[in-house]
Design a protein around this ligand. Structure first.
Ligand code: V07
Length: 266
């Protein structure tokens, strides 16, 4: 009889690997990822949840380098949602330490790789040491003009829309803007992705790991036309091959419109 105290759970290989990734093909300029499955990865190994978050941060480093090498312009990563405060205090504290660890272990490499770090979200609610790590990472990489590594941290899309509406309302209230002048660009300018150049604000490809097929309050306005790619792979298991499989699926779907977007064909 074989006793397996640590049963090996299946590790998912890319789901759509039947499509070949074309390095010279149409590359999504902006990729956004919901990094899910860190807790499950840890549980499968009888490890505490935080071990999964730590491993997830290693995946962030690998995927950042891979995306940069491919020539992706913006990589937006959902690191911490406004809902995540409901988790146990120990776990939240650990998560708030991750930007510090990330900064300590990875910023020199980001500089060497010409990556620019950005953070979008309600930063003012983060602990001081987290805010400082985030500010330092942004400051020390601000002159880089390679990949923009954009962390959504204490971010929620409905809250972002509320903030934008308030900002625009204040302009109307103070006669700096007429209500009739408000258009899609006005709104896009006031969302948290407003710091990005207009052609890079909306992700062309959104990836969610770990098998959940929901958007969970992430970039609601910005993903109006995005391709959505769901994979069962847990975030700590996600690697360059998975990323290329997701891009290959994007390239395959885009080819079906003969080089035109669905919208452009109408
Ligand atoms: C976090 C690791 C990735 C998996 C998902 C949750 C855990 C990197 C950062 C980070 C954020 C801002 C910054 C530098 C690094 C991070 C949190 C969680 C809260 F400027 N990974 N990571 N922040 N995880």
């Amino acid at each position: 009889m074989v006793l397996r105290f640590f049963p090996q759970k299946e590790k998912y290989t890319p789901d759509e690997s039947q499509f070949e990734f074309d390095p010279d093909g149409n590359l999504p300029k902006h990729i956004a990822i919901i990094m899910d499955g860190n807790g499950r990865w840890a549980k499968n190994r009888r490890l505490p949840r935080v071990a999964g978050h730590k491993e997830g941060m290693e995946t962030v480093k690998k995927i950042t380098k891979h995306a940069n090498r491919l020539g992706v312009k913006v990589l937006t990563l959902y690191a911490f949602s406004t809902e995540n405060w409901k988790r146990p205090a120990d776990e939240v504290n650990f998560l708030m330490q991750l930007p510090v660890d990330f900064f300590d272990t990875f910023v020199p490499e980001l500089i060497a790789e010409n990556v620019q770090v950005k953070v979008m979200g309600y930063e003012e609610y983060l602990p001081e040491h987290t805010q400082k790590a985030v500010e330092d990472a942004m400051e020390q990489t601000k002159d880089n003009d390679g990949l923009i590594l954009n962390f959504a941290l204490n971010y929620g899309s409905r809250a972002e829309i509320v903030s934008a509406v308030r900002e625009i309302s204040k302009l109307v209230e103070t006669d700096q803007l007429a209500a009739d002048q408000i258009d899609e660009k006005t709104i896009a300018d006031h969302l948290m992705t407003g710091f990005l150049p207009a052609d890079l604000r909306d992700p062309e490809l959104v990836i969610r790991t770990s098998g959940e097929e929901r958007i969970s309050n992430f970039l609601l306005w910005q993903l109006a036309y995005s391709e959505l790619y769901f994979t069962k792979a847990l975030w700590p298991d996600f690697d360059g091959e998975h990323l290329e499989a997701a891009i290959a699926a994007f390239q395959q779907r885009n080819r079906r419109f003969g080089g035109l977007n669905e919208e452009e064909k109408k």
